[in-house]
Design a protein around this ligand. Structure first.
Ligand code: KG4
Ligand code: ZN
Length: 344
């Protein structure tokens, strides 16, 4: 096994955030810088791929420089470079991967291409330098991964071992939040705007259905989305004001219930010691509260700033690869579609 004490530079550009971070030993955040394109894409109601790549090109050098500066380090202080290889928008991924390769070439540092989803999982290990260390997650773990593109239950029996128990048969949880927000004419991105509207609403106003599937560990949110659409249309055709806050609160409660119940059931079934909830949707207050209010399992949910896309999580996952002696050759390609199951 290689060096255990490592400072890793993480680089992330898979979607609409250009990010760089320096993380020590897979856990301690020395710096984490995110240049967000959210405002730019908000006018299109979603991420506009070509624009995203161009924005990454413009922002990435300054973002990496800033991350090194905030960590009070130069390239010579680093022990490795981790970069998101996929999944994501190919044109965006290329920008981060090429910069990472250029840095590796000029410094002779080892490089590793990381799966963005394993990055989300390893965000549960992170804490800020100078603050109290967060408890380290204990394996075997059951992870609920809920982002804009993925909703998966993952069993981690060991580091870098991902058994995907089930995914979504249609929309991802974050995607459902985004689509329902559009239906309710709330802002983009949908998760935070639904959460905000829901605070003024009654979560029991509407009893939206959560699909029961034959596969025990899979999710489906399209029926729920259709139920919201029908409700909105009924109010509109009756020329009544759409009760946006009540619908948002009831929709959010239905999603949280589905995610929470299946995760706990899977953790019991597979005898997990602890649970991780990660990915953009894990920033959701109601979801966090649902997991915090049970006492059967210790649940690790990253700090809100680490739930959505960042590069500290990529550095954290990269560290695990480095200490397992796994590095990438400089000719590796991006992988726009790359499941966790293929990564393990
Ligand atoms: O992990 P992430 O930043 O990007 C992907 O890898 O997809 O996740 C973005 C998703 C979006 O769908 C966004 O609406 C959702 O996470 N999200 C939330 C919240 N904050 C972000 N969903 C529910 N509640 C939130 N507070
Ligand atoms: Zn993500």
């Amino acid at each position: 096994m290689k060096k255990i004490d490592m400072r890793v530079l993480g680089i992330e550009s898979s979607c609409d955030e250009t990010a760089a971070a320096v993380v020590e030993n897979g856990r301690v955040i020395q710096s984490s810088v995110i240049a967000s394109q959210v405002d730019l894409h908000a006018q299109f109601g979603g991420v506009y791929p070509e624009l995203a790549s161009r924005e990454h090109v413009k922002a990435i050098n300054a973002t990496v420089k800033e991350a090194l500066q905030q960590a009070h380090m130069g390239l010579g202080d680093l022990d490795g470079i981790a970069v998101t290889r996929g999944p994501g928008l190919a044109g965006s991924l290329v920008v981060g991967v090429n910069l990472a390769k250029g840095l590796a070439l000029s410094t002779d540092l080892p490089i590793v291409g990381v799966n963005h989803l394993e990055g989300h999982l390893y965000s549960a290990w992170l804490y800020q330098a100078g603050s109290k260390p967060s408890p380290e997650p204990k394996l075997p773990l059951l992870a609920l991964l809920v982002s804009g593109g993925h909703t998966e239950l993952v069993l981690m029996r060991d580091h870098l071992q991902y058994e995907v128990l089930g995914g979504t048969s249609d929309d991802a949880a974050g995607e459902a939040f985004d689509k329902v927000a559009r239906l309710l004419e709330l802002g983009y991105p949908g998760g935070p705007s639904i959460q905000k509207a829901a605070m003024q609403g009654n979560s029991r106003a509407f009893n939206f259905p959560v699909a029961r599937l034959s596969e025990p560990w899979s999710f489906s949110f399209s029926g729920l989305k259709t139920a919201v659409l029908r409700t909105v249309e009924e109010f509109k055709s009756a020329h009544k004001t759409v009760p946006t806050a009540d619908i948002a609160a009831s929709f959010q409660a239905a999603v949280v219930r589905a995610l929470f119940e299946k995760t706990i059931a899977a953790a019991r079934e597979f005898k997990a010691r602890e649970i991780i909830v990660a990915g953009g949707v894990s920033a959701n207050k109601a979801l966090r509260e649902a997991f915090r209010s049970q006492t059967e399992f210790r649940v690790h949910i990253p700090h809100i700033s680490l739930c959505t896309d960042n590069a500290a999580m990529i550095a954290a996952a990269g560290y695990r690869h480095f200490i397992a002696d796994e590095t990438s050759n400089l000719d590796f390609d991006v992988q726009a579609n790359w499941s966790l199951a293929e990564t393990a």
